[in-house]
Design a protein around this ligand. Structure first.
Ligand SMILES: [Zn+2]
Length: 543
């Protein structure tokens, strides 16, 4: 009887010989008997002979170990060599594929630009993106997190799960034609001053590209496109985070339209916004003013107290307000007035603290004017947790994709846009360059609900040059670029960079692991709590 190791060796060798003979027979190139003879002679030699192995089990163990080590080594070398050629090939093909679909995606972006729907009212824009994803094989969960226009589209299965954020809301008061001079579009009340028509489309484009690669068996895992409504003040993503929609996601990729190509290494300001409502007593403003109590006085009193407070809060704080209701007629003491406030600071806890002081100012104003006050928190977002590991990976991809090149006509358009600035603009050619991603401390910035996503999952993003260099967000100039090729070309820079970064994540588990470690360290022991509390989505905040 042969011992177990030698038996295994014997089975192994006989199987090997049989397979070789069969193979050679198939090929009919070599005399099978000849092969058999040579193989038998080969395996009969020490230290491969089963009988020899039986006699010397240590040699057998040595050979098995040698075989295993060689196999592992060769597999590693082959995998690495394959990755060196396969991943770049997938990336190049993905970029070409996206470029080939340029006209189709531009059409979608222009359509959403045309819809120009404001926060939580983006029914047509959301439906168009959902349909585009469905047409490409995604399954779509719609009206998620209690928001009619929010959705999660998904393709593939298993890990990793890579998410892409898509925004699509417009801004009120920014209706503008696609012209290089200020030309409000008649009959419009809103415009895409933040380029979210491009934002949503690029993310959908990147998602579809990844879906194609998964379907073709070139990538394994799941891609999710998150349809995120009401970024502009509605904090849409906060409700999606609160609903746990990002719990199974490994990495989230996002982008934002801008006037330069740059991986995001600037955080955002944490923010709480609220509407303060004062209730007074109406009376004839001339005949019986003593009988009235003015709600507008209370608003003015609150604003005065908050403006005094500016001297006694940390430097980096931003507080701004608009009076959204100041009464209807000067000869009526207003019995209702409303003021809409934003409180921002780089640190979320400081925002909470300063906001509480603003509430005290509101209470003080109500007390002094004998009115009553109530307030409603409208939005609240976290600062943005940056991830250097992911940013470095994205930077390489952005460099590979490159910037935006203008045609002579586009350069002429860009010059006209720049002529409308009351400040010095960067050179037009900077649209074709890539900035170096460096952490920027104390940079002036706004707020974004991507901040809350960045607390739920490692997150990375970029800006792409969709606007003429020097163009500010939320301007008519930004709206003017958003339906042109200038905008669409920048949008494709973003789509390609996001797709390439996703390909890195799908093919390199170590990258996800490293990014997750960095995220966990940054998060520390912080337990996420939405700054807007447990309120329901403010679906009518634009009314
Ligand atoms: Zn925006």
């Amino acid at each position: 009887m042969l011992g177990p190791p030698a038996s295994i060796a014997a089975v192994f060798y006989s199987a090997l010989v049989t397979l070789m003979v069969q193979h050679m027979r198939k090929l009919r190139q070599v005399n099978a008997t000849l092969v058999l003879r040579h193989t038998v002679l080969f395996v009969m030699r020490p230290p491969y002979h089963p009988v020899y192995l039986l006699l010397n089990k240590y040699a057998m163990i040595k050979n098995v170990l040698l075989l295993t080590a060689t196999t592992v080594l060769f597999t590693a070398i082959i995998c690495k060599a394959q990755k060196k050629t396969v991943v770049p090939a997938i990336k190049t093909a993905a970029m070409n594929d996206l470029q080939a679909a340029y006209d189709g995606y531009k059409k979608i972006a222009v359509q959403i630009w045309d819809y120009a729907e404001v926060g939580y009212k983006e029914y047509k824009s959301s439906a168009l993106l959902q349909q585009t994803l469905k047409d490409n094989g995604f399954t779509v969960d719609t009206a998620v997190a209690g928001i009619p226009t929010a959705f999660v589209a998904q393709f593939g299965s298993g890990k990793p799960v890579i998410g892409l954020l898509a925004e699509f809301d417009a801004l009120p008061g920014l209706a503008q034609d696609s012209l290089p001079e200020k030309t409000p579009l008649a009959g419009r009340t809103a415009g895409h001053g933040c380029g979210h028509n491009l934002f949503g489309t690029a993310s959908v484009a990147a998602g579809i590209e990844i879906e194609k690669l998964i379907a073709a068996g070139k990538l394994k895992g799941t891609v999710k496109v998150f349809g995120c409504p009401a970024e502009e003040g509605g904090s849409g993503k906060v409700y999606m985070v609160r609903a746990g929609l990002f719990n199974d996601v490994d990495v989230v990729i996002h982008w934002h339209p801008g006037d330069a190509n740059e991986v995001t290494m600037v955080s955002a300001l944490a923010n709480i916004s609220a509407k303060f409502r004062f209730h007074g007593i109406a009376a004839h403003a001339a005949a019986a003013p003593e009988k009235g109590r003015s709600a507008l006085d209370a608003v003015e009193g609150m604003d005065y107290l908050v403006n005094m407070m500016r001297e006694h809060i940390p430097q980096q704080t931003r507080i701004h307000y608009v009076i959204t209701n100041g009464g209807k007629a000067p000869n009526v003491v207003p019995d209702f007035a409303e003021v809409y406030y934003y409180v921002r600071h780089p640190e979320k806890d400081m925002v909470r603290e300063i906001f509480n002081r603003v509430v005290k100012a509101a209470n003080g104003a109500a007390l002094g004017t004998e009115t009553t006050m109530d307030y409603e928190i409208i939005g609240g977002t976290h600062d943005l947790l940056l991830n250097k590991t992911l940013a470095a990976a994205m930077q390489k991809n952005l460099i590979q994709v490159g910037g935006v090149q203008y045609t002579p006509e586009e350069t002429a358009f860009a010059k006209k846009i720049q002529a409308t600035f009351n400040y010095k603009a960067p050179a037009i050619e900077t649209a074709d360059s890539i900035k170096t991603a460096l952490p920027v401390a104390d940079a002036s910035t706004g707020s974004t609900d991507v901040g809350d996503v960045s607390y739920a999952v490692p997150t990375v993003g970029l800006s792409a040059a969709t606007w003429v260099p020097g163009t500010a967000a939320h301007s008519w100039q930004a709206v003017a670029c958003g339906s042109k090729d200038i905008g669409a070309k920048g949008m494709m820079v973003a789509a390609k960079t996001m797709a390439l970064t996703a390909i890195d994540l799908f093919t390199d588990p170590a990258l996800i692991e490293k990014a997750t470690q960095e995220y966990k360290t940054a998060l520390g022991d912080y337990k996420y709590q939405a700054l807007l509390g447990d309120r329901k989505p403010a679906l009518n905040y634009r009314d």
